[in-house]
Design a protein around this ligand. Structure first.
Ligand code: SF4
Ligand code: SF4
Length: 238
């Protein structure tokens, strides 16, 4: 992270869609607002496989992030190796996105929620390297909406000094700059509330599981349903 500073009133930025901030990066911080937005659009269960709740042992800080995908071979991590990514998957997120690109698939929401380690450097699971497209552009996290602007301790800062979008020197509209500033501030505010994210996330997972169970049960034969009932009755008798 670079030095903290107020964005100049002449802050100039136009994203060139180079993909540098999506292709080789650390985990993307997520907020309660992001979860709420995805929940209201009914796409949150498709994000679950990529969400990690990470607790830093040293600081005990809990972070909710999109985990990155380390798609570089361990022995020879060179550019262009192992181009396989999750680009063909499907999230169900809105179709507005950077040029081209498909959307990643949902997975088994419960199995894939990890409370554990994060990948420090890798490709965002929502990034399609081939088309250089964010697969959830219209529904991207607050962090990505504000990027490269950040906000900390009452001041704005530039998150990535060498972002090519800053070098374009193109004027931004006042509305867009205001939106980026608001998003950067909201990210900072929401990050302080991360402690209440866990029960919310748990409730969302339980809800998604309940729906998945109902769907599975609706496909069961009467015989299998009877067997299930018998098992549940025996369990409740113990
Ligand atoms: S924000 Fe900057 S680094 Fe990211 S895609 Fe746009 S120009 Fe590239
Ligand atoms: S969510 Fe989209 S914009 Fe954000 S880092 Fe991932 S690919 Fe890039």
């Amino acid at each position: 992270m670079s030095e903290t500073k107020e964005p100049k009133s002449k802050f100039k930025f136009t994203c060139t869609k180079c993909g540098a901030c999506c292709e080789n990066r650390g985990p993307v911080p997520l907020t309660i607002s992001d979860l709420e937005a995805w929940a209201s659009k009914k796409i949150i269960r498709n994000m679950f496989p990529y969400i990690v709740i990470h607790r830093e042992k040293a600081s005990s800080i809990t972070r909710l992030v999109f985990n990155m995908i380390n798609d570089q071979p361990a022995s020879k991590a060179k550019e262009g190796d192992s181009e396989k990514d999750n680009a063909s998957r499907e999230t169900g997120a809105s179709s507005e996105k950077k040029e081209g690109g498909s959307t990643p698939e949902g997975g088994d929401e419960m199995d894939d929620i990890i409370v554990g380690e994060i990948v420090e450097k890798g490709k965002c699971p929502m990034y399609n390297k081939e088309t250089k497209a964010c697969l959830i552009w219209a529904d991207r996290p607050t962090y990505c909406r504000a990027f490269p602007l950040g906000f900390e301790d009452g001041s704005f800062f530039v998150e990535m000094e060498d972002c090519p979008g800053l070098a374009t020197k193109e004027e931004m509209s006042k509305d867009l700059l205001k939106q980026m500033r608001d998003d950067a501030k909201r990210l900072a505010d929401d990050s302080r509330q991360v402690g209440i994210v866990l029960p919310i996330l748990q409730a969302l997972v339980m809800n998604a599981l309940q729906q998945a169970n109902l769907r599975a049960m609706s496909k069961m034969s009467p015989e299998d349903m009877q067997k299930l009932n018998d098992i549940m009755q025996k369990m409740s008798q113990k």
